[in-house]
Ligand binder design. Sequence first.
Ligand SMILES: [Zn+2]
Length: 545
Amino acid sequence: MITIYNAAKILTMNPQRPEATHVAVRDGRILGVGNLAEVSGWGDFKLDERFAEKVLMPGLVEAHCHLMEGTLWSHTYLGYFDRMDPSGAVQAGCKTIQAGLDKLALAELPLASANEPLTAWGLDPIYFGNERISRHQLDAISSTRPIGILHASGHSMNVNTKALELAGLLREGLEHGGIPLGDDGLPTGELRSPEIMGLASSHVGLAREILACDEPGMWRFAQLCIRAGVTTATDLAALLPDETVDIMQRVTDDPAFPARIVPYRFHLGVNPERLIEHVQSLAKRTTDKLRLGGIKVTVDGSIQGFTARIRAPGYFNGAPNGLWYISIEHLEYILETALAKNIHVHLHTNGDQATELVLDTMEKVLRRVPSSDHRFTLQHCQLADTAQFRRMKKLGLCVNHFANHHYYWGDTHYAQTVGPERAERMNACATALREGVPMAIHSDAPITPLGPLFTAWCATQRLTSSGRVLGETEKITLGQALHAVTVGAAYTLKLDVEIGSIEVGKRADFAVLDDDPFAVGAERLNDLSIWGTVLGGRVFPANPQ
Ligand SMILES: [Zn+2]
């Protein structure tokens, strides 16, 4: 059966036929795009006019986010900014540390047993003059149950004394950059870097595998996708044990699940040989709505957490350089083997020293294993300079910039982390495009909220939350930004052959907008409301009647 949808306008993101009024769909695929006369030639059809007043775009592609966003909403949100939850309600941000502690104390009250963990997320010390929460402040809320708060960056957490004890970390003599010590020689309760956080995370409800594979969490995440117009989303650092993949497969197989999920296997937790074997076996389980077989390597930490590796002259406030999350030998092995076995790799490089290491390593391994279309992608790549973009182009790398960072942390980057000049070149979208590097932009949800149109607004405006324009010359146009959240993002996932534009043969995945982005204009793109989505021809309203 053929369904033809008409719309006030269809923005196809296919430059050969950029606008249309009708799209014909059969068996989840697009048969034709054009006017009614053009698309009705495929045979008997049903005309569906429910989008007559709406604007259709290709389903938006979030090429760097985490399913964890859905799971975290079952815990206490302690972020600084107001944020929409999966139900569409807006939760108020915590503007002081005390407000956060008060909210946590309230969340503690209904917990049943005395040792059930209390879990929270979204805390960002940078908004509180870098004042840290100590384990003693959390002990005042409960000394019997473990408490854990995941930071907004995802690269640090705070725990109470009970959690330290359970993690085996309540002792003197610990010497690790990821374990700050108090005057008493014991850990303060702040834990940094994945391997250190991993010691406590399972005790406080923040274990990566718990956050990643929770079935209700996947459905909550799906609600956020519909509200954001997203039809394809990554899960960009997943451990993917069999039980998790079973859940993901069961959930995504449900026709009522409204998104394609693209999990990449995180490099941590196994040795590189096992990692390669694991993703090769995962690839065999790939389906239309669950795309498996890629690797995510994290090379360094976060800039606002001062755990990113940056080149001289280093951090503006004099903080010591950040942390490496992988050894040079392992990085080289993974990249070379992945090239040889045609495995796709995304690489988190926040600081420019981390980016430089990947560029050097790619140059080396590509000499041994040449590849004409590997599309390995630098994720965030926030501090890269123009010389590095030229090398990316030569080495066939793509980039996925963290455009939302300007809004949330731009003022901090300007004043504290990297200083005025480097803050202006962060997430250099215009330079990437000028140098010919294929580019996407992302939210890294749950680090910042899922919402590609907001991300596109960030990339076109480069405004910070205080209203400063950071990097006038790195603004991109509305058309470029919309490309980056559709075809551009699909390209970095090697999925542009089937999604990212509305054109014949591709999947019938649409974002249904209440207005035309070009009529609304780039400066008001963040206000554009989204009606819902269509996935493989099935309609998903954000607010069902
Ligand atoms: Zn991420």
